[in-house]
Design a protein around this ligand. Structure first.
Ligand SMILES: [Zn+2]
Length: 80
C-alpha cells in the first residue's frame, strides 16, 4: 500500500539524502506530477518526480507550523 504524503507549497521537507551542500532541508516551490523544491542552504532548486521525492522524505514541516513561530500563544492558566 502506498502512503501518500500531503505536501503544500512552502512546506519544509527534510530529506533522507542530503544535498551535496550538506543541508537536508528543502522548501516546496511547486506541486504537480513533478515537485519543485529549493535547498534551504544554498538556494538551488531541483525538480523531482513526486514518487521519487516521497521515497526520500524523512519528515515534513507544514508551512502553517513554520509561520507560526512568530506568534506565541500566552501560557494559559492550569485547569483546576
Ligand atoms: Zn544545497
Amino acid at each position: 500500500m502506498t502512503r501518500i504524503i500531503p505536501l503544500a507549497v512552502n512546506d519544509i521537507i527534510r530529506m533522507k539524502k542530503a544535498h551535496p551542500c550538506g543541508s537536508s532541508d528543502f522548501r516546496v516551490l511547486r506541486i504537480g506530477s513533478d515537485i519543485r523544491i529549493v535547498c534551504q542552504k544554498c538556494g538551488r532548486d531541483i525538480t523531482v518526480p513526486r514518487e521519487k521525492l516521497e521515497k526520500n522524505i524523512k519528515s515534513v514541516q507544514s508551512a502553517a507550523t513554520a509561520a507560526g513561530e512568530n506568534h506565541r500563544e500566552p501560557k494559559g492558566e492550569p485547569n483546576g
